[in-house]
Design a binder for this molecule. Structure first.
Ligand code: UT7
Length: 325
């Protein structure tokens, strides 16, 4: 049976753009190094009046408008974030209140850069089992707030933003098979033994501070290509499709070289890969829904297309979802 289907998407970015040249004026880096090693040309950085929840709400409103539904019909909200407004309550509850659809289910998912994939698969399961009828799945981050701006090996890589999708529970009258719209297959993984390669060195129960992001970039890169090509293969096998059947791949936007290497390993043409890392940098859980919304709005991704979402991040966590739009 097909899973939850897409009703709409939306995204939001902070007002302020920061180019590589602007960073190079402040820290020991160059535009050439950043572009050559990552493909990043600029990132958006949240201002004082912008938080993870304000970006999430803006993206959610755009997705609700795109879906053409009333916000009051949303009964399940899942926000993937590693940079919540507060340690608790969940940012999802703030979004719920701002949208005026209180009373349903609302919670956050912490799987860092794979957060949207974890949220998507979890929401699909909840909708399939009747826990809700209409859901908002949001990836929203203000990673600029947990960066060590003196560490050039990490601070040039990340940005802020949010992306959202509205999903509807599968119905009894849905078309059988995999030709109709909906989630076809998802696969999630985690390997807690890799914790020290990508983590934040603070938290309420350890340092009572928020902490800063720490990453051994080269090792993360190596694991990313291996894990992502492996999970994409698993989802294809589970669904009975091949790499040739995929119309679009919407990957987590960490590094243009990871996108290239993963697509090459699977034999997917580079033209089928949605790339926004040059504009947004790595926005963690927001990157997949942001890239998806950009490609839907510019007309590349259309109804009926077979789309593969994938991401890998701290934990390590990684996952992929195949969906007919
Ligand atoms: O979202 C979660 C998943 N995250 C990722 O997937 C990130 C994965 N990793 C990467 O994208 C890449 O490994 C990086 C972009 C982080 C680094 O690229 P790299 O090609 O692996 O570079 P490197 O870490 O091996 O560093 C090469 C050199 C070093 O100098 P030495 O030791 O060779 O003299 C660094 O000090 O580049 C230097 N370097 C910089 N130079 C200018 C590191 N950062 C910078 C910088 N500007 N910002």
């Amino acid at each position: 049976m097909m899973g939850a289907r897409l009703l709409g998407s939306g995204s939001a970015l902070p007002k302020q753009v920061v180019t590589n040249a602007e960073l190079a004026a402040r820290i020991d880096t160059t535009d050439e190094w950043i572009v050559e090693r990552t493909g990043i040309r600029q990132r958006y950085i949240a201002g004082d009046d912008e938080t993870t929840s304000t970006l999430a709400v803006d993206a959610a409103r755009a997705a609700i408008a795109d879906a053409g539904i009333e916000a009051s019909s949303i009964d399940l909200i899942v926000v993937a974030t590693a940079t919540p407004d507060n340690t608790f309550p969940a940012t999802a509850t703030k979004v719920q209140d701002a949208l005026g659809c209180n009373g349903g289910v609302a919670f956050d998912v912490a799987a860092v850069c794979s957060g949207f994939l974890y949220a998507l698969a979890t929401t699909d399961s909840l909708l399939r089992t009747g826990m809700g009828k209409r859901a908002l799945v949001i990836g929203a981050e203000t990673f600029s707030r947990i960066l060590d701006w003196d560490d050039r090996t990490t601070c040039v890589l990340f940005g802020d933003g949010a992306g959202a999708v509205v999903l509807e529970a599968p119905g009894e009258n849905d078309q059988p098979g995999t030709e109709g719209p909906g989630i076809i297959a998802s696969k999630l993984h985690a390997d807690g033994a890799q914790h020290d390669l990508l983590y934040v060195d603070g938290g309420p129960s350890t340092t009572q501070t928020v902490g800063h992001l720490r990453m051994k970039g080269r090792e993360v890169f190596r694991h990313a290509v291996v894990n992502l090509s492996s999970v994409l293969g698993e989802v294809l096998e589970q669904s009975g499709f091949t790499a040739d059947d995929i119309d679009w791949i919407v990957p987590h936007q960490a590094n243009a070289r990871i996108l290239d290497a993963t697509a090459r390993k699977l034999g997917i043409a580079p033209e089928k890969v949605i790339v926004t890392v040059d504009q947004h940098a790595n926005t963690s859980a927001a990157s997949v829904p942001l890239a998806f919304d950009v490609a839907r709005r510019d007309g590349r991704i259309k109804s009926g297309d077979l789309v593969m979402f994938e991401a890998m991040g701290g934990g390590f966590t990684w996952g992929a979802t195949l969906m007919r739009i």
